[in-house]
Design a protein around this ligand. Sequence first.
Ligand code: ATP
Ligand code: MG
Length: 342
Amino acid sequence: KELVFSGVQPTGNLHLGNYLGAIVNFVKLQDTHNCIYCVVDLHAITVWQDPAELTRTIREVTAAFIASGIDPKKHIVFNQSQVSEHAELAWVFNCVARLGWLNRMTQFKEKAGKDRENASVGLYAYPNLMAADILVYRATHVPVGEDQKQHLELARDIAQKFNNDFSDSIRAHNFGEKFFPMPEPLITGPATRVMSLRDGTKKMSKSDPSDYSRINLTDDADSIAQKVRKAKTDPEPLPSEEEGLKNRPEADNLVGIYAALSGQPRPDVLREFGGGQFSGFKSTLVDLAVSKLGPIGAEMKKLTQDTAYVDAVLADGADRARVIAAETMNAVKDIVGLIRKK
Ligand code: ATP
Ligand code: MG
């Protein structure tokens, strides 16, 4: 079976974008792949996190995985910082990746904002750690939303440069021609890019300061209703064809969300609601969102109360992940020429 790796940051409220762009796929891939799903807490601390809140959110993301249908017994669920090989391999990759490559990363530019001199070094090196997360398991398939495409390409560049730079040593140690595989993004969720409810040109994000910009997995029916009702739209009625959504990012986004949640193709949604006002469409969307997310949110709440259970899941997953990661890291040390205890 092919190996899948993906991660979600414990940086705040998990939202509909995370769910439709990532977690729904995580669940599906369990049938066909061996899967490793990681709460990437070392990525979270590239920007300031309140310590107690970070602890709480690590458990919350774990609960979201389980509540959405990820089976931590059949697959591996853990938090990144418990497997130190991630950070170790990331350092080697810091020495493989080039400054010029990282300078092109748009997420850094967006997250660092105007005050770039004041951004953490970790935020800059973030894609190298992400490459290590994937390659420390030599995973080949990475289900992510569209926003992570560029980082995945960087991970491939790093894998390739490592394979090239150390090709003689890789052969000498009998690892064949290539040590790291080229990880492939799986950008195939029901909605690979869910946009903010306040601004159809910005992606829905955990770190958006406005809670009205996103639907959280833990939102109750009232908040979902309020957020959808207040979601930005335009004065035109809904079109009945895709053409009519051009230059209407907010309308486009709501139609996409509806299609993804209902499992209907977009043309069907447009045929059903085209010509109607947003108010009617929005109230159907509220019912749909509440029926899909309500049970997950309720289960998450139950699970987060049982911290002993969640922590045990993470510890068990970390133990199993470490076995694979340590094997890769040992090989990397041999390939690079570092002495280790044998
Ligand atoms: P942050 O703002 O802290 O970066 P985030 O909302 O981007 O948080 P991440 O933990 O960085 O969430 O990403 C987790 C997964 O969710 C990734 O696979 C990412 O591609 C996906 N994802 C994030 N936002 C969206 C979105 N708006 N639409 C679709 N997928 C998304
Ligand atoms: Mg993100």
